[in-house]
Ligand binder design. Structure first.
Ligand code: SAM
Length: 248
C-alpha cells in the first residue's frame, strides 16, 4: 500500500485535527524557527514545505515566513487551506513536483517518513535543490532511524474535540531487518453521537541509518549539519538535518 492509499490522508482525513491538533506543534516548530532565524539572511522569508499535510506544523511558521505548501493529499491540504489562508497550496509529489520558482528554505517535516528507498530520498532532495538557489537551506527531520528503532513500536493515545473522541493504537513493525520499510497499522476507535466505530488503516514508511541520511544529503549537493532535536516523548534521540546547498 502506498501513502496515497492511506486512509488517514483520504476518507479518514477528518480525524487529523483531532488526532494531532495544531497547538501540539509549537515545541517542535521552535527548533525549526531557531535554525531559520539564525541561518536565513535578513529579509529572506520565502519557505516551501514539502508534505504539508494538515498544515499544523506550518501554522507555527506562517506568522514569520511567506509559505508555499505541497502535499499528495488534497483532503489533507483542505485542512491547511482553512488554517493557513495566506499560503499557496499545491497538490504534488515531493519526489517530482516542480513549481518553477525558488525559495530561501525548503522544509520537509514528518512527511519525509514516506520515502521508502534511497532513490525516493534522492528524488525528494532533488526537488528541494530545484527550488533553492546556492546557499539556500533545506531542513528535514525523519521520525525514526534504523540505528535506534525498536521493532515492534507500539503507541496509543486518546484525544477529543468535544464532539468526537478518538483513541488510536499505532503498531509499527520492520518485517525484514535488511529492508528499509516499516509497516504501520493504525486502529481508530471513534466515539461520536453515542456510537462506536472502529477503522483500520495501513501505512508503509522508510527507515534508514543516520549514515545513509548524511551520505544521501551530501551526494545531493548539500553541506550537512545534524542538530539535536529533543522532541521525542520517549527520549529517543532525534535530529534536524540542516543542509546548505553548495554552489555549482
Ligand atoms: C503525517 S502527515 C503530515 C502532517 C503535517 N506535518 C501537519 O503538520 O499537519 C504526512 C503527509 O505526507 C504526505 N505525503 C506522503 N507522501 C508524500 C509525497 N510523496 N509527496 C508529498 N506528500 C506526501 C501525506 O499525504 C500526508 O499528508
Amino acid at each position: 500500500m502506498t501513502d496515497k492509499e492511506s486512509r488517514l490522508y483520504g476518507d479518514l482525513a477528518w480525524l487529523w485535527p483531532i488526532m494531532s491538533p495544531p497547538e501540539e506543534y509549537a515545541d517542535e516548530a521552535g527548533y525549526w524557527l531557531r535554525q531559520l532565524r539564525a541561518r536565513l539572511l535578513e529579509g529572506r522569508r520565502r519557505v516551501l514545505e514539502l508534505g504539508t499535510g494538515g498544515g499544523h506544523f506550518l501554522h507555527q511558521l506562517v506568522p514569520e515566513y511567506d509559505a508555499t505548501a505541497v502535499d499528495l493529499s488534497d483532503a489533507m491540504l483542505a485542512h491547511s487551506r482553512r488554517l493557513n489562508p495566506g499560503v499557496a497550496h499545491h497538490v504534488g509529489d515531493m519526489r517530482t513536483v516542480r513549481l518553477g520558482e525558488t525559495f530561501d528554505a525548503v522544509l520537509i517535516h514528518d512527511a519525509i517518513d514516506y520515502m521508502l528507498t534511497e532513490d525516493d530520498l534522492r528524488a525528494a532532495f532533488s526537488t528541494a535543490r530545484a527550488h533553492l538557489a546556492a546557499g539556500g537551506l533545506l531542513i528535514v527531520a525523519p521520525d525514526h532511524y534504523a540505528d535506534t528503532f525498536e521493532s515492534p513500536y507500539v503507541d496509543d493515545d486518546t484525544k477529543s474535540d468535544g464532539e468526537t473522541t478518538l483513541t488510536y493504537v499505532e503498531y509499527s513493525v520492520q518485517l525484514d531487518p535488511n529492508d528499509t520499510r516499516v509497516e504501520t497499522v493504525y486502529t481508530y476507535y471513534i466515539v461520536r453521537g453515542g456510537e462506536l466505530r472502529v477503522e483500520f488503516d495501513r501505512h508503509t514508511t522508510g527507515l534508514f541509518p543516520i549514515a545513509t541520511w548524511e551520505r544521501v544529503l551530501s551526494e545531493a549537493g548539500f553541506d550537512v549539519e545534524r542538530v539535536d532535536y529533543p522532541v521525542s516523548e520517549d527520549g529517543t534521540p532525534m535530529w534536524l538535518w540542516v543542509c546548505t546547498l553548495r554552489a555549482g
